[in-house]
Design a protein around this ligand. Sequence first.
Ligand SMILES: N[C@@H](CCC[C@H](N)C(=O)O)C(=O)O
Length: 258
Amino acid sequence: MTFYKYQGTGNDFVLIDDRAQTFPAHDQALIAHLCHRRFGIGADGLILLQNHPDYDFRMVYFNADGAEGSMCGNGGRCIVRFAHDLGLFERTTRFLAVDGEHTAEVRNELVHLHMSDVAGMDVQPGHTFLNTGSPHVVQFIDDVDEYDVVAEGRAIRYSAAFAPGGTNVNFTQLADGGRSLSVRTYERGVEDETYSCGTGVTAAALAAYRHHGLPSPVAIRVVGGALQVSFSPQPDGRFTDIYLIGPAQRVFTGELTV
Ligand SMILES: N[C@@H](CCC[C@H](N)C(=O)O)C(=O)O
């Protein structure tokens, strides 16, 4: 079986063309093994591209621990690039993911992914929680480059407040005189810091609008590069027309020997 390795701002994924539905999607140990950075291909997650009668394709996403995850924004951008590379569409596409329908457009090296609407956010002392397709805590801090993202992120991810499901955690700093953001993310299911998290930067951008008035579009620096999030805030606290914009590239391809 052929696999394809893709990355979007350093959030990396094993992509499999599973239109024949022959991949053993129930085999959590196999998926974790393929994502392992010493014993496998190495990735933050694995994504199956499957057929769907009403859409160009269906996205099935697994975290590096082998369990099916909630929505992955960077994975969404990568599967759009993969479907484009496979010749499934020319410029715009419509696909189904775990959180519902998405549309996307490929414009040269950038993929513009339409994210699900966001219902609002839960503002607590010290952090804000919101669901952008995946659950995210956003915490604003002063020096994100020096922060212990793994230790602090893990403490929040496993805290009683978010049990039993847990949460992803985004440490966010206002940059560029308050005009852009710098974000580092601890990811649930990878259980480590990743180089980028698409649903995470989306959460950070919306929280930055709410707390600091950053207007759309918001430019965001992550460990693996640069992303942009645009959105329309609604008077009732919802957000619509949310787009995650950034590069997504094929890195290499190979054959599975398992
Ligand atoms: N890397 C992803 C987020 C994936 C979902 C997450 N790890 C979870 O299941 O909680 C992104 O780019 O959004």
